[in-house]
Each structure stands twice: as C-alpha cells, then as structure tokens.
Design a protein around this ligand. Structure first.
Ligand code: SAH
Ligand code: SF4
Ligand code: F3S
Length: 483
C-alpha cells in the first residue's frame, strides 16, 4: 500500500496551485513537506526523526496510524525516543488524569527543546477541542508549534507545511464537520491486525461524558468504503480487523441507504483472508437480536463483546442518560451468555457519579455477581467541564468514591478469575501477536475471547493463528504450549 500512496504523492505538480479536492490537496502538501524534510536532513547530515504518542482509546490510536502514514510519506523516520526532531502528542480528555499526563510530559519536552532548537512540537486529539485547554497552552506552553483537533486530522500535511513556514504557534481547531476524507496513507502498528473506523463521533450524550463534545455528531462511513478498506487490508496480510465506533450498534443510521451494523458484519465476514473480526464499542440500549444472531452464526466474529455497564443502579443509569435499566442490562447479558456460551463479556464501570450512594454501588456489585464479567475496566468518576453531570450539585467526595471503588474491584477480580479458570486445559486458537516482553523464548497470543496466553514459540509465528493448550491460569492470563 505504501507504493500506492507514494505514486499518488509523486503525481502532484508543485509548480501549480494546490488542488482544491481532497485527498489530492493533502498529497500535494505531503510532497511539499517531503522536499522541506529532505532539505533539513541534508543540512543536518542525518534523517529527521519523529516520535508520536497516543494517550487515548482505539480510535485515538487509529488516528495516530494515519498521522504516522503521513509522516512517513513526508520523509520522517519514526522513533520511540522522545528526544526527536518532531514530537506529537495525540491527546485524550475522557478523564482528567489523561490531561494531567499530557501537561506533565510537556514540561519534560520543554527541557529537551531547549537543547535541540530544531525540535518541533505538535498537539492534536480530543483535548484540543476544549477551549480552556487551548487558552492554557497559549499562555503557559508557548513552545508548542502546532495545535489541531479531531475534525481536521486529514489536513495534517497542509498544517505541517504551514508550521515549517511560520515561527509562531499554529492553531487550527474546527467546531464540527460532516466531511470524511478517504484514502490518505496509514502506517499500521501491527502488520497482521488493524482497526477500521466505521463511524465517527457520538450522539448519545451520556451525562458524564465529554466525547460527543470533542468528537462531534455521529457520522457513518459508507459500507462500500469500509469493505474496500477491509479487502485491501486482507490483501496486505491483515488477518484480524477491529471495527471502531463509539456506538457501533447505531451504525448506518445517518446513511442515505440505511444499513444496519449486523448487515455490515455479514459483508465483512465474506472477505477472503480475514480470519477474525472484532468491534468496539456496543451500547447496550442498541444491541439487537439481529446482532446476536450474526455473532452466533459467524465463524469469524470473535467471542468477545465489550458491553459497558457504567452503573448497576437504575437511578444512577437514568441520571447518566444511559437509557437502560439494571434489569434490561442483566437480561441482555444473560441472554448473550445463554445464546453464545463461549462469548466473553467485558465492561466499563464508573464509580462516584454525582449522587451515587453505597447502596447504588451495591447494585453495581450485584450485576457483576450475576453476569461475572471476564474483565471490567473500573474508573473513578472524573468531572468534565461542560457536561451535564459536572453541573450536578451532589458531587461525591473522593474518599467515598474510593471506598466504593475498592469494594467493587474485589468482586470484579474474583468473578473474572472464576470465568478465566473455566478455560483450563482447553486447546484454543490464539493469534501470535508479539515476543513476550519479559521472556523472549515466549510469544504472547490472544484467544478469540481476548484472553492472553504466553507460550514457547519462534517469532516466525507472529501474525499466525496457532492452536494452544491452556495449561496454567495466572488469574487473568494463561501459559501453555502449541499443539
Ligand atoms: N463509547 C463508549 C465509551 C467511550 S469512553 C461507550 O459508551 O461505552 C470509555 C469509558 O470511559 C466509558 O465507558 C466510561 O466508563 C469511561 N468514562 C467516560 N467518561 C468518564 C468520566 N467523566 N469519568 C470517568 N470515566 C468516564
Ligand atoms: Fe460517551 Fe456515552 Fe458516547 Fe460512549 S456512548 S462515547 S460514554 S456519550
Ligand atoms: Fe479519549 Fe477521545 Fe477516545 S477523549 S477515549 S481519545 S474519543
């Protein structure tokens, strides 16, 4: 695929004005950047390096792969080392600790930049869609060179050129967009697996959540574009795709010819070469029987469903604007357990939402006991300015929230262990993903149900699906051997 991007870029004529159509306009600026980067690297007598860090969710990571594709075509060499010629932070603002990490690391970058005057610093992603953040960076982090948001990420080549031509901070933030620009370069982190955006934005406005404000309204990509991307990935050696959206179950609602998520899955299933299909995230209120049916019949859809609960108290769920009750959630989860017994169900839970009492936390714990999630990501409520929950009067003191959190966590861990132990002794297919970080005689693989297993194996197996006997359960992961 790299050759294709390269040819498209080289076909641009820099003696002419930039094209007005996308993505050609961006290929024009990519070529221009390439010239600038080449000149600078000749002056320095070494290649220019770039370090790119993602702070957020799978969608944020996928955006980083798009940025990496553009950087590579522009002539940068990507590096893990932050002492680079260009440092980019793709930020997240879903909870305040994500923001604090960015500010902390910016302080360190300032020190590095003082020693390397060539260094450029760019910030993008969800945090940049907040006015207060931009004001703070303008005032206290004046050494940042470029800031852009989530809606104009496709414009990165053009923004890069502007950055090179200017000495002052470039800021380009859009309020919203209905534009989806296809066919820009992508540099995947893994050769054998990839995310695919199927929709952008969110219309649900859960009362605690900032995502709808920083990612804009829900927009689905056309099924044709999604299938084309999946087919190309399969040809390029990808065996596993993850379909990405904030609420994949409402996929297709804004398209001219309405297509449901279940229908889209059936189409992706037909693609030769793809062996595994995952998706993230499912909102419980929109999970249809049609989808359960497709998952049940499919040979490729993985046995893992991420189904965020957020709270087990109907009262709190209502205040969160989740639009389901405790009973509806439990019924749905147990129906899935019944229909597809080997399906792992994982979840997200927030503790400390305004007005939450210990009795509400007990309701949540009760759901965990009934459903027995394979894994649950538990978060302390974080107040996000501009969301309805931030203006609620009955904010919960941190101490109370922490107490509820600790109680919940114990039950989550016990039930998850119980579920994990059920796999003991089974032989199951695992996708070998990487060499184990601690012991390089081992490979780390992932089962269809998202459980991790470590087993002895040669790195030539990476990207392949192999049968592994699950011998020893270590709480949440297994060790075993290929058979
Ligand atoms: N669209 C997905 C969630 C995306 S955000 C969904 O609806 O499931 C990922 C998770 O972050 C959420 O599921 C929620 O549990 C958590 N989260 C979102 N806003 C939060 C906040 N203000 N405080 C704490 N956790 C939050
Ligand atoms: Fe946030 Fe709710 Fe949208 Fe998920 S569905 S991104 S939690 S508003
Ligand atoms: Fe964070 Fe934005 Fe994802 S706020 S969780 S990076 S959509």
């Amino acid at each position: 695929m790299n050759d294709e991007y390269r040819l498209r870029m080289e076909a641009q004529d820099l003696t002419k004005e930039p094209p007005t159509d996308e993505p050609d306009r961006q290929y024009y600026f990519m070529k221009k950047c390439r010239g600038i980067v080449k000149k600078k690297s000749e002056e320095l007598g070494r290649p220019l390096t770039c370090s790119l860090t993602s702070f957020g969710c799978q969608m944020n990571a996928r955006d980083s792969e798009k940025l990496a594709g553009i950087l590579k075509q522009s002539g940068y060499v990507l590096t893990e080392d932050e002492n680079a010629d260009f440092v980019i932070y793709n930020t997240c603002t879903v909870r305040d600790n994500a923001n604090q990490r960015v500010y902390g690391r910016l302080g360190v970058l300032n020190g590095l930049k003082k020693k390397n005057p060539h260094m450029k610093i760019a910030l993008c992603g969800c945090m940049m869609q907040e006015g207060a953040v931009i004001d703070k960076i303008r005032k206290s982090y004046r050494f940042v060179d470029l800031i852009f948001g989530t809606h104009n990420i496709f414009k990165f080549p053009e923004l890069l050129c502007t950055m090179f031509e200017s000495d002052s901070m470039i800021i380009d933030i859009w309020e919203d967009t209905n534009q989806i620009v296809e066919d820009l370069p992508v540099e995947r982190k893994y050769l054998f697996k990839s995310g695919i955006n199927i929709m952008f934005g969110c219309n649900n406005f859960c009362s605690y959540c900032i995502v709808p404000y920083v990612r804009g309204r829900e927009r689905s990509r056309s099924p044709k574009d999604i299938i084309r991307e999946a087919e190309r990935l399969a040809k390029d050696g990808v065996v596993e795709v993850m379909l990405l959206g904030q609420n994949v179950n409402s996929y297709g609602r804004n398209l001219e010819e309405s297509v449901s998520f279940a229908e889209l899955l059936r189409e992706v299933e037909k693609i030769d070469g793809l062996e595994r299909i995952r998706f993230m995230t499912s909102h419980p209120k929109d999970l249809s029987d049609g989808l359960i049916e497709v998952m049940k019949e499919s040979k490729k859809i993985c046995r893992h469903l991420h189904l965020p609960l957020q709270s087990g108290s109907t009262r709190i769920l209502q205040a969160m604007n989740r639009r389901y009750t405790k009973e509806q959630y439990v019924d749905l989860a147990l129906k899935i357990r019944r229909e597809i017994p080997d399906m792992a169900i994982t979840t997200d839970i927030i503790v400390g939402f305004p007005g939450e009492t210990m009795a509400d936390v007990e309701e949540t714990i009760d759901v965990v006991r009934q459903v027995k999630f394979e894994n649950a990501f538990t978060f302390l409520y974080s107040k996000r300015t501009g969301t309805p929950a931030a203006a609620m009067e009955n904010q919960v003191p941190e101490e109370t929230a922490k107490e509820g959190f600790a109680r919940l966590l114990r039950v989550v861990q016990d039930t998850a262990r119980e579920r994990a132990a059920l796999l003991q002794g089974q032989v199951l297919p695992a996708l070998a993903e990487e060499v184990n970080g601690q012991d390089d005689s081992l490979l780390t693989g992932r089962l269809s149900n998202n459980t991790i297993v470590h087993f002895p194996g040669d790195r030539s197996l990476i990207g392949r699906i192999v049968d592994v006997r699950l011998e020893e359960c270590h709480g949440f992961y297994y060790t075993g051997h290929t058979v």
